[in-house]
Design a protein around this ligand. Structure first.
Ligand SMILES: [Zn+2]
Length: 118
């Protein structure tokens, strides 16, 4: 069996955060949906709060979905050879970071690092 660890790392790097956002958003939507209790002033206020929270969770899920789509599109372009970034190893898109010693860039596709922002 051949396990491509670099591809697994790449998928985690590209998709873990967007999928987490979508999951948190969907769970928030499930928790906040369907509350409509106007019997007491407190219940009416809670209904308003939950409605606002529902829309916030929906926005979070939408942002996650757009981010996921963008990263999928980036990966597809890189895999089909259309995307040429500044990574000297694979031509992937570099991510700018601040390290302990200096600024560096990390490739989103292969994970290699270079000193400075490229
Ligand atoms: Zn690379």
């Amino acid at each position: 069996m051949n396990v491509d660890l670099t591809a697994i790392q790449r998928n985690v790097r590209l998709f873990a955060l967007p999928i987490s956002l979508i999951t948190v958003g969907l769970i928030g939507m499930l928790i906040c949906a369907g509350h409509d209790d106007q019997t007491t002033p407190l219940a009416a206020m809670m209904t308003t709060v939950l409605q606002v929270a529902f829309w916030a969770a929906l926005t979070l899920a939408a942002i996650g979905a757009s981010w996921l789509a963008r990263n999928t599109w980036l990966l597809w372009r890189w895999e089909s050879g259309e995307l040429v970034g500044s990574c000297t190893t694979c031509g992937g898109v570099m991510q700018h970071r601040n390290g302990r010693w200096s600024q560096y860039s990390r490739c989103n596709m292969c994970g290699s690092t270079r000193q400075g922002w490229h």
